[in-house]
Ligand binder design. Structure first.
Ligand SMILES: [Zn+2]
Length: 388
């Protein structure tokens, strides 16, 4: 890489992005969403003589994209970053963007406005140095990753590229996989009766307890499966349970939510059939056992092979820019990469170093943001100029 990336623009833009509140309104009803940060990003893109597109999803919720058309004969690439952040809880100065000891502070600094600023700086370099790519480059800033991903869900209906890079934080390592998750609701139905009349009452809570015992067994089984090399083992827990109405009365209804964190081999169909098998087994064994289970939410896990071209190009770029050999890692939480991957794009995750994600003091390491920009620049050049 012989051209100079504009580090001053990078750091200044990141500070400006942190200073715009873009807390997700699905997490905090008083929060503004992405409209304001979206217009700032659209204007920044316009200032580079490129055409931004604002996609209106819901009131106050937008995606912002720009397409840098290739000359043809190359591979297309998307760089994807979410504009929304989680809430600000008891943060002292959530929107300061203060710089101290090589770090920038503020909500969204690492998760993931640094990734957005890096993508903008890469585009600025392409435009200013009139660098032509063979394949198209799509820059996509999306809404709502921290809640229901309406942004990337809409995005994949509009754009399709050969590969995608999501710039979520990874400490400049290469994230190849993440877990999925599912939320299920179990319900048991009994019969209300006076607490002194066992021949009349059917205890829905007790029946839920039977299900819990089986889920505990399943949980132990999951813990003894062979671990995924990057993600470990699947897990489940019971975050919410509500049953019965008052003391001295048999509980007529009980509802329980169960969350499961899954591995790339897991599917909704497989998981649901395992849960239904528990109910079937208990129904055969217990009189008047009346239970059901339904999925409330399901997000697929994600994995990409390290021999994939986008991964090898990224790996070479990290080594070239930082001099270090990156590790391959997995994330235990879910990310938008799952939606991009499902839409057919080879997706990989790389982002800067820092800390305090979703916590009181969030920060990003400036050196790593500068390196990330160089890495994205090099990867874009090398990938978009590959033959399809
Ligand atoms: Zn994030």
């Amino acid at each position: 890489m012989d051209i100079q990336l504009d580090h001053q623009f990078l750091i200044h833009t990141l500070q400006q992005l942190i200073r715009i509140n873009s807390v997700n309104p699905s997490l905090d009803p008083h929060a503004p969403g992405e409209a304001k940060i979206g217009s700032f990003l659209a204007q920044t893109i316009k200032n580079m003589n490129l055409k931004p597109k604002i996609h209106h999803l819901e009131p106050g919720r937008v995606n912002v994209t720009t397409v840098i058309k290739g000359t043809g004969g190359g591979r297309s690439l998307m760089i994807n970053g979410h504009m929304d952040t989680v809430g600000i809880y008891n943060m002292k100065e959530p929107f300061s963007g203060t710089i101290s000891e090589g770090k920038i502070f503020g909500r969204g600094s690492i998760d993931m406005k640094a990734g957005i600023a890096a993508a903008l700086t890469l585009v600025k370099a392409l435009v200013e140095h009139k660098i032509k790519l063979k394949g198209d480059l799509i820059i996509a800033f999306v809404a709502d990753e921290e809640y229901a991903s309406i942004g990337t869900e809409h995005l994949v209906k509009v754009y399709q590229t050969d590969a995608a890079i999501v710039t979520e934080p990874t400490g400049l390592d290469i994230c190849l996989a993440h877990k999925g998750f599912g939320l299920f609701e179990f319900s048991t139905t009994g019969k209300a009766a006076h607490g002194s009349l066992p021949e009349k009452g059917i205890d829905a809570n007790m029946h839920m307890g039977m299900i819990m015992t089986e889920l505990n067994r399943l949980s132990h089984k999951l813990q003894s499966t062979s671990p995924h090399p990057l993600l470990g083992r699947p897990s489940l827990h019971i975050p919410v349970i509500k049953g019965g109405t008052e003391p001295f009365t048999y509980a007529e209804n009980c509802k329980m939510k169960m969350e499961i964190r899954t591995l790339p081999r897991d599917t909704l169909e497989k998981t649901l059939s395992e849960l239904n098998a528990i109910i079937k087994k208990l129904s055969a064994r217990i009189d008047n056992f009346n239970a059901a289970v339904k999925p409330i939410m399901w997000r697929d896990p994600y994995e990409i092979d390290k021999t994939n071209k986008i991964v090898t190009k990224l790996f070479d770029s990290v080594k070239g820019v930082t001099g270090h050999t990156p590790s391959y890692i997995g994330h235990p939480w879910w990310e938008d990469s799952s939606l991009l991957g499902k839409a057919g794009m080879d997706t990989v995750i790389i982002g800067p170093k820092g800390g305090g994600l979703h916590a009181k003091k969030e920060w990003v390491d400036i050196r790593s943001v500068i390196d990330l920009t160089g890495i994205l620049y090099k990867t874009t050049l090398n990938y978009c100029n590959l033959l399809p």
